[in-house]
Design a protein around this ligand. Structure first.
Ligand code: DON
Length: 304
C-alpha cells in the first residue's frame, strides 16, 4: 500500500477552515487551541510511518485517554469491571445524565464520561498511585518518556467540570462509586489532560492493531482477546452518539477526544491519528472524521 501517496493526497485535499466547527469551549483552557492546527501520523504494521502537518505537536488527548484507563482496569479487574459498567452504545452525548437514572447508576459503556469515571474509581481502589501508573503505561506503549499531564488543562476542567461532578455524585447516590468523589475527579481530569502528539498516539495504539503487542519490542502487553474486546467497544461506543456515523463512514474502531484528536486502528495494517481541534456538534473532530473517511476510501480497505 502506498501510504505516502495517500497522505500526500489528503494533505492536498483537506485544508482546515474555521467554518468547519468550533474548538471546545466548555473547558476554558482548551478554547485557547489554534483551530487551524492539522496533523496526521500513520504507523504501519511493517514499522514504516507517514505523517504531515502538526503531527509532532502535543495536544490534549481528553477522551482518548479513556482507552488507556480501560485497558489497565481490564487487566487488573477482569470480569469484575463489567458488574459496574456495560458495553452498550449509548446513543447520547458523552456527558449525558439521562440514562443513569433509568439504568440505576450503571453507565452504558466505559467511554462516556460516566463510564470512564467508574473506571477511574476502580483504578483508585486497586492502585496506590494511579496517575503515576497511567503515565508509566502510556510512556511504555509509545516508547517515549516525554509524556506529561497538562496541569493547566486539568485545573481548568476541575474548576468548570460541573457535569462530571453531577455524574459522579449521582452514581455515588446510586451505590456505584466507592472512593471520595473529589479524588476520583482529580484522577479523571488528569488522565484527560495528557498531552501527546499524533506520532505518540499512533505508536501507543499499535497495541490494538498488533494483537496486544508493543509496536517496537513486540512484547505481548495484553492478550489478543482483550484487544478484540477493546476494539469492539471502540467500534460501537468510541464516538458516542456519532459511533454509527463513524463506523459507517470510516469502518474502523477508533476513539475521539474534545481536544480534536481521533485515533483509529486497522488491525494488522496500521494505527492512525488525526488532530484538528474544530469539533462538530457531537464533540468529535469535524475535519478528522472527513480525513479518516477519505483515508479508508483511498486505501480501499476497512475491517468490513
Ligand atoms: O470529561 C470531559 O468532558 C472531557 N474531559 C473529555 C470529553 C471528551 O473528550 C469527549 N470526546 N469527544
Amino acid at each position: 500500500m502506498d501510504y505516502q501517496a495517500i497522505l500526500d493526497r489528503l494533505q492536498k485535499d483537506f485544508i482546515p477552515d474555521t467554518a468547519m466547527g468550533n474548538v471546545a469551549g466548555y473547558i476554558p483552557e482548551l478554547s485557547k487551541a489554534n483551530p487551524l492546527k492539522f496533523g496526521i501520523y500513520l504507523y504501519a504494521h511493517d514499522g514504516s510511518f507517514y505523517e504531515f502537518g502538526d503531527s509532532q505537536e502535543k495536544f490534549s488527548i481528553q477522551s482518548i485517554s479513556k482507552v488507556f484507563t480501560l485497558t489497565i482496569a481490564k487487566e487488573l479487574l477482569g470480569k469484575e469491571l463489567w458488574k459496574r459498567v456495560n458495553v452498550e452504545p449509548s446513543g447520547s452525548s458523552f456527558n449525558s445524565l439521562t440514562e443513569l437514572e433509568r439504568e440505576k447508576g450503571i453507565p452504558r459503556n466505559p467511554f462516556i464520561n460516566a463510564g470512564s469515571i467508574v473506571v477511574a474509581d476502580a483504578l483508585l481502589t486497586v492502585l496506590d498511585n494511579p496517575k503515576k501508573d497511567l503515565l508509566k503505561f502510556v510512556r511504555k506503549l509509545c516508547g517515549s518518556e516525554d509524556i506529561h499531564f497538562d496541569e493547566s488543562v486539568a485545573r481548568s476542567e476541575k474548576k468548570h467540570g460541573y457535569r462530571n461532578k453531577a455524574l459522579v455524585n449521582y452514581m455515588k447516590s446510586l451505590g456505584n462509586i466507592t472512593n471520595d468523589t473529589e479524588d476520583i475527579l482529580d484522577f479523571y481530569f488528569y488522565q484527560c489532560s495528557l498531552a501527546m502528539t499524533c506520532d505518540q498516539l499512533s505508536k501507543a495504539f499499535m497495541l490494538y492493531a498488533n494483537e496486544g503487542k508493543h509496536f517496537r519490542t513486540q512484547e505481548q502487553v495484553i492478550d489478543p482477546q482483550s484487544v478484540k474486546r477493546i476494539n469492539a467497544i471502540m467500534q460501537t461506543c468510541g464516538f458516542y452518539d456519532e459511533a454509527g456515523e463513524f463506523s459507517y463512514r470510516v469502518g474502523l474502531p477508533g476513539k475521539s477526544g474534545v481536544g480534536g484528536g481521533i485515533v483509529a486502528v486497522h488491525p494488522q495494517h496500521y494505527s492512525v491519528t488525526v488532530w484538528s481541534p474544530m469539533l462538530n456538534d457531537k464533540g468529535n473532530s469535524a475535519l478528522g472524521m472527513k480525513v479518516l473517511e477519505e483515508l479508508t476510501t483511498l486505501t480501499g480497505l476497512s475491517i468490513f
